[in-house]
Design a protein around this ligand. Sequence first.
Ligand SMILES: [Zn+2]
Ligand SMILES: [Zn+2]
Length: 232
Amino acid sequence: MRAARLAEPGRMVIEDVPKPIPGPGDLLIKVEACGICGSDRHMFRGEYPTARPVTLGHEFAGLIEDLGAGVTGYAVGERITGDPNIACGRCRFCRDGRPNLCENLVAIGVQRDGGFAEYVLVPARQAVRLPASLDPLHGAFCEPVSCCLHAMDVARIPPGGSVLILGGGVIGLLMVQLCRLAGAGQVVLSTRQAPRRQMALDVGATVAIDPAEGDAVFEPLLPGGALSWIDR
Ligand SMILES: [Zn+2]
Ligand SMILES: [Zn+2]
């Protein structure tokens, strides 16, 4: 199969690699869509530790093509996405209910091969079944949207609350939409890129500002200041 692999910092190669064989507990997924995360750019630049070589891509959706030994509850042909972060379940942080801090964390598309390929292996316990009718492009958004939903839980935006979002990338633009869905009033997004300011307005920001135009005057936009701010 073909895979886009990070050979070393600054060098991605598309090459033929063996199609993975699902081990016990694994699902073999035929990738339909995989997002490019800002973290992928950091990994490409060598700013974030990865295995090398490694197939990047941790925001994927695809169809189950094969099941490893012992997998139950899934069937060939079902569409899934996956939580790429595989915690060990044994270290002190895992036992404390904080698997995000796992000392032995292995992430799909970081330390093991990910979704920039025709196939990816996903442990069944990391898989999340998606509706058959869901556009796989939207399925690939599950991972970044999940991160944003966690941010929403932490931010606790009150109804009508004002929010300042710094950064207009995918995450910032997702946050605009979630803030509006959560009932925020004023949602101000700050980014230097004009197309993203326009997109922010299109998806629900009440104001989009360019921080390069000098110190932004927030007082008229957010009387009394923002109740919540989100730094992307
Ligand atoms: Zn990511
Ligand atoms: Zn752990």
